[in-house]
Design a protein around this ligand. Sequence first.
Ligand SMILES: [Zn+2]
Length: 278
Amino acid sequence: MSEQAEIGVIGGSGFYSFLDDVTEITVETPYGPPSDSLFLGETGGRRVAFLPRHGRGHHLPPHRINYRANLWALRSVGVRQVLGPCAVGGLRPKYGPGTLVVPDQLVDRTKGRTQSYFDGEPLPDGTVPPVIHATFADPYCETGRDAALRAARGRAWEAVDGGTMCVIEGPRFSTRAESRWHAAQGWDVVGMTGHPEAVLARELGLCYASLALVTDLDAGAETGDGVSHEEVLRVFGENIARLRDVLFDAVRHLPASDARACHCDAALGGQDTGFALP
Ligand SMILES: [Zn+2]
């Protein structure tokens, strides 16, 4: 039981380091190793698996993260609902540093990331997955979004309900022209890790919701020197404690995995995956 969890949180050590009785386990997947060990703990009577997205010490840049292994590893220990906190830039002046956005849409502007388990490549055991097209019109779990919004409200941190997250390849930040273009499309925040995390969760039938913490105004929305990595880390650090509080409250608001009323686990529409999910 200590090696099982029902809820996954993809985020760094700042979220779990103070929990008692954290169990560290190593998980192998058919897609190679995940970003790091899983750290399993308990909060509010719920079993949670934490996975540092960038690895401990933050050594993996966004485009080198093994997103497939990360989601697979979480599912393999029993996780069925995932919360994905991440740092983003605000594309609107009103979404300044410290704003929490719970997006309801995303736009994928990444390049060259493997974003499907059904990519035609044989698995190590020789199994060739079939061609499958996941339903992804609404990329986030509404139940997970509700849990995050309720949790933030309960901590007097009114989160932005909805909005579009643009996910860029990185690791560089946007030029001013790119940033202005993103804003002109009506998109709200820009990040580097929210995808393909979201679609891979969907392909595995996992609920997924993002909690996007604005750490800076993106280049096109501010008049200074542009975004710096130091600024992002500083603002994230300043907000880590209250983001952790919101995450843990959101975990408590999530339903039991077998009582989910959403349709996240039906995204493949009954199509045969060709392999057994963990
Ligand atoms: Zn769901």
